[in-house]
Write a new protein. Structure first.
Length: 364
């Protein structure tokens, strides 16, 4: 079976998820993957440039997006020819984007069934782009199957009634693999290093984090970094005022992510709502301690991880979880086992083949 994996975002987690899915499919016996990314994707300009069989020039800004839509009568036939040349058995959208309906039209012309990966059933406060949910709903309605990355999102999609009659497949977020294993937490012998990493948006619970840290700090043996990009806010100002806390409101390039994960002893996810989190998946894969709140699919992601703690999304519970890290000795256990991710991809490939490719599969 040949899987065409596509994601046409230029920045952020989308291209990384597509690359990791394609790499995982290629590692399976009897399965190979071809990858389609935006020509301007940040991940293509790093030191470890992934192999990409179909580069697509997308757009920059609203005028470019509208121009691409106006050129759809020329773009879709071109895309159809490219898809036919690659000859995939099935296609997988790794993360929905604004131009995916054009890819779906090309796949239909080429006779290739497709599955769409839904990361969020509903938008989080301050997240997303205009018309995102409406476009995603159209994509799900026209796809042949739906893939969700947590039971929480699966239930949300089912509640919306978008996938009636379609196969509902399950997978998990790819773990962010470090170029080389990081030392165990606290092996450096210095201060406890806490990291809050990701988009600095309201649903990330930065107000709860600030209040919890105010009850723990000041301490000479703790260092906290809050890093990501988002609108300036009162919680960020509160975090900046705390001793031992630094706030870096900036975009984090793809190649810096591994450095940040290796620096941290523990990742703190203080979300007030969530679907699932790439940061949580990365923390578990990198062998970092991780504290997550009991919201959305976060507890699912860290279930069974011996270095994970789940707390309630409130100040008191998060404070208790943070204090539990203070006296935690250096971790000398074995490196984390990524068997869950490998099994997830193996199962997904088998389900794609059974439901969309093999005998009795739904016809596109």
């Amino acid at each position: 079976m040949r899987v065409l994996v596509w994601q046409w975002g230029r920045f952020g987690a989308g291209p990384r998820v597509a690359v990791d899915f394609a790499s995982a499919f290629n590692a399976l016996p009897g399965t190979d993957a071809v990858l389609s990314l935006a020509a301007g994707a940040e991940i293509l300009h790093g030191a470890q440039r992934p192999r990409c069989e179909l580069l697509v020039h997308t757009y920059a800004g609203v005028p470019g997006y509208l121009g691409r839509l106006l050129r759809a009568p020329l773009f879709v036939p071109w895309l159809t020819r490219q898809v036919r040349a690659l000859a995939p058995s099935v296609a997988l959208c790794a993360m929905p984007g604004p131009l995916d309906l054009l890819m779906l039209a090309a796949l239909r012309r080429a006779g290739v069934p497709c599955a769409v990966t839904v990361h969020d059933a509903d938008l989080h406060p301050g997240d997303g782009y205009p018309m995102q949910m409406r476009l995603q709903q159209q994509l799900v309605r026209q796809a042949d199957a739906v893939v969700t990355l947590s039971d929480h999102v699966r239930r949300g999609v089912e509640a919306q009634g978008l996938a009636q009659g379609k196969p509902m497949l399950s997978a998990s977020l790819p773990p962010y693999m470090l170029p080389e294993p990081a030392p165990p937490p606290r092996a450096h012998g210095g201060k406890l290093r806490l990291l809050s990493f990701g988009r600095l948006l309201p649903y990330k619970g930065l107000d709860i984090l600030a209040e919890a840290l105010s009850r723990v700090l000041p301490r000479d043996d703790v260092e906290v970094r809050v890093i990501g990009r988002g609108p300036e806010s009162a919680p960020l100002d509160a975090l900046r005022r705390l001793p031992g806390v630094s706030v870096e409101n900036r975009w984090v390039p793809e190649e810096e992510v591994a450095t940040l994960l290796a620096w941290a002893d523990a990742l703190v996810l203080s979300h007030t709502e969530a679907s699932q989190s790439g940061v949580a998946a990365a923390a578990v894969a990198a062998g970092r301690w991780v504290v997550v709140t009991r919201v959305g699919g976060l507890p699912e992601q860290v279930a069974g991880a011996r270095f994970a703690a789940v707390c309630e999304p409130n100040t008191e519970s998060l404070t208790t979880a943070l204090r539990s890290l203070l006296d935690k000795p250096a971790d000398t256990g074995p490196a984390p086992v990524l068997a869950h991710w490998a099994q997830s991809v193996t199962t997904l490939a088998a389900e794609l083949e059974r439901t969309l490719v093999g005998p009795g599969a739904q016809s596109p």
